[in-house]
Design a protein around this ligand. Structure first.
Ligand code: COA
Ligand code: AMP
Length: 638
């Protein structure tokens, strides 16, 4: 197949293109229109189509006689347990959870928050919500109660589903106290929580509110799928924006199912009888799309992995899972491979396993740095495909479409725009930039199916965050360029969002939290380069006059504060006390310059700087704390 003509058709004739793709899924009633605009002028796909995402992912396969096929392989390196669920078994589990939710009053359109570790009941519960036409909102287990509370208040769930604990390496992390604290902090009061008690830790229950998941679900009647409109929401997934309030990304049912089904064939080049494994977490978009919905809708076997790439028990875990389950297509974040490379640089552990089932490895979630790409190419001996996407899109925006036409890989580029995405690089005034010119990476409207139609309960923020900057375009928030061959290079965020171990976090939010400390007069949080995690945040703080804290005390307090408010996952480990922050004459903090100093990058002193001497002061403070480039400098000196 020829990429150029296939792609061109998706842009020039989007309705005809996506109507054909929509025909590949089992609608209860076909859509009346393919592409329309709602009262706000926002684009909607497949209006009037009746369907159910759980039906497509589960019941449809059973109806087609594939009920005995393995749907989900739960492989828990954390608990050394493997359980396989056939499509019919998934159907049984999901239908009962849906029944349980229904008796707790959950109806079509209601919301359910999930705060779960990587146990199969997380996937079953997501599908159970979809079965009822209820909207799930999964919150990543690494987030602290404060973050969970913000999401509870925005999503206003009828029911919360959680578990007694998560397991991280050899640590048992009690989730239930975190949930209790979040419910206490939230204004919205939830009537019931279904708590899955894991054998390793039994959580204490709150009378009248908490219900034992296992016994309640077992006693529940199975319920059938409810027909929903293609444009009805399937889920809300919160992601970091530039402020303390996360953005509730809305995913509709119809566009999502059509796009994910399309992606399995044309991006991942996987067949329905194959095994697909995305090593991520259901708390992130990769988990939603490629652990749960896409592989199941497409009829594959999906691996549901609980564990880490290293120390579970060693850096050979990924290769072990690939051998054990004959994984054909594997997908994870580059940071996972950096972790493996750090512990097993020569990939000796890989030689213990037969990974010959593997056809390709896809990476996303953050930039794939060329050294990691090259290392992986050498050791894996299969195509390594970087692809770029966001929570907002729910699937690849730029990729090497393996099921269409395979292009040579260029390190640092995710290759070419995926069908439906008219990716353009614009300058500050909205002008289209030429080849190799760096600017704002934007997508010309309409966005293809699966992309967010709006933000949860916040049309205004949808417009201001994404649509206002350039008329007729969606602003991705990433900067980059397109080269003379049409390859897209994503160079990083142009806003206050950073990427820590593939986790998207807001430095703006961290600044709000650091700035709330009683001793802090002002602060800046920037994302510096981290060998393993890609980026990590560090804070620079100016203390109030008379504040009685040493540098060490201040750092300790702020590290704790971020841990309490955002969670351990933020990986905030350094706060440096400085006398002043570098600013422009108009008072804007020069965050980019701060980051460049810490990373040891060459930079031009901004002409608008208020006082250039501050840069030397900052450099001195950072050097004293041996952070960033000064850490390696200190190591070399010793
Ligand atoms: N529940 C509770 N806590 C969690 C958690 C979860 N689901 N995930 C992470 N945490 C905690 C960790 O326990 C750790 O806590 P600590 O500071 O008390 O030790 C902290 O958050 C930081 O975790 P992480 O950044 O994951 O560091 P790590 O050393 O545990 O693991 C990697 C490092 C690179 C191995 C790991 O981040 C990884 O596998 N990343 C893959 C990324 C990925 O899948 N991204 C999804 C997008 S595709
Ligand atoms: P998330 O919404 O958590 O998936 O994060 C999306 C952001 O991660 C994007 O806006 C990019 O900044 C970054 N990102 C994801 N995939 C890639 C990639 N393949 N290359 C470069 N950056 C990426």
């Amino acid at each position: 197949m020829n990429y150029d003509s296939f792609y061109r058709r998706s842009i020039d004739q989007p309705e005809a293109f996506w109507a054909e793709q929509a025909d590949k899924i089992a609608w209860y009633e076909k859509p009346k229109t393919i592409l329309s605009q709602d009262k706000n002028g926002f684009y909607r796909w497949f209006e009037g189509g009746l369907m159910n995402s759980c039906y497509l992912a589960v019941d449809y396969h059973v109806e087609q006689g594939r009920g005995d096929k393995t749907a989900i392989i739960y492989d828990s390196a954390a608990t050394k347990k493997v359980v396989k669920y056939s499509y019919v078994q998934v159907q049984t589990e999901v239908a009962k959870i849906a029944g349980a939710l229904q008796t707790l009053g959950v109806c079509k359109g209601d919301t359910v928050v999930l705060y779960m570790p990587m146990i199969p009941e997380a996937a079953f519960s997501m599908l159970a919500c979809a079965r009822l036409g209820a909207v799930h909102s999964v919150v990543f287990g690494g987030f602290a109660p404060h973050e969970l509370a913000i999401r509870i208040d925005d999503a206003r769930p009828n029911v919360i589903i959680s578990a007694s604990c998560g397991i991280e390496f050899d640590k048992v992390i009690p989730y239930k106290p975190l949930l209790d604290e979040a419910i206490h902090l939230a204004e919205h009061k939830v009537s019931n929580c279904l708590i899955f008690q894991r054998p390793i830790l039994q959580a204490s229950m709150v009378d009248g509110r908490d219900i034992d998941f296992i016994s309640y679900v077992n006693a529940s009647k199975s319920v059938d799928c409810v027909a929903v409109n293609a444009t009805d929401p399937l889920y809300v997934l919160y992601t970091s924006g530039t402020t303390g309030k996360p953005k509730g990304i809305v995913r509709d049912n119809g566009g999502h199912a059509v796009a994910l089904n399309f992606s399995m064939e044309y991006i991942y080049d996987v067949k329905p009888n194959e095994v697909f494994w995305a090593a991520s977490d259901v708390g992130w978009v990769v988990g939603h799309s490629y652990i749960v919905y896409a592989p199941l809708i497409y009829g594959c076997t999906t691996v549901f992995f609980e564990g880490k790439p290293v120390r579970n028990p060693d850096a050979g875990t990924f290769w072990r899972v690939i051998e054990d389950h004959k994984v054909n297509v594997f997908f994870t974040a580059p940071t996972a491979f950096r972790a493996i490379k750090k512990e097993d640089a020569e990939a000796k552990l890989k030689t213990k396993y037969d990974t010959s089932s593997l056809k390709s490895i896809f990476v996303a979630g953050e930039r794939c740095d060329p050294p990691t790409l090259e290392w992986l190419q050498q050791i894996a001996q299969v195509p390594i495909i970087d692809h770029w996407w966001q929570t907002e899109s729910g699937w690849g925006i730029v990729a090497n479409m393996m099921g269409v036409e395979r292009f040579p890989v260029k390190a640092g580029s995710a290759t070419k725009p995926v069908c439906g995405f008219d990716v353009q690089v614009l300058g500050e005034n909205g002008q289209q930039l030429g080849a190799n010119e760096e600017g704002y990476v934007c997508i010309k409207l309409p966005l293809p199916p699966s992309c967010l139609p709006t933000l949860w309960n916040d049309d205004e923020r949808f417009i201001t965050s994404y649509l206002n900057k350039f008329d007729g375009y969606y602003l991705t928030g990433d900067g980059g360029y397109i080269d003379e061959d049409g390859y897209v290079f994503i160079m990083g965020r142009v806003d206050d969002v950073i990427n820590v171990a593939g986790h998207r976090l807001s430095t703006g939010e961290m600044e709000e939290i650091v700035g709330s400390h009683k001793a802090v007069a002002e602060c800046a949080v920037v994302g510096i380069t981290d060998e393993l995690r890609g980026q990590r945040p560090i804070g620079l703080v100016v203390l109030k006059d008379g504040a009685d804290f040493t540098q060490d005390e201040m750092e300790h307090e702020l590290v704790q504060l971020i841990r309490e408010q955002i969670g351990a996952v933020a990986f905030f480990r350094n706060a440096v006390v400085v006398k002043r922050l570098p600013k422009t004459r108009s008072g804007k903090i020069l965050r980019k310059t701060i980051r460049q100093i810490i990373d040891g990058e060459q930079f031009t002193v901004p002409s608008t700087i208020d006082d250039v001497n501050i840069l030397t002061e900052i450099e001195e403070c950072i050097r004293n704390r041996k952070i960033g480039v000064f850490q390696s400098e200190a190591k070399q000196a010793s």
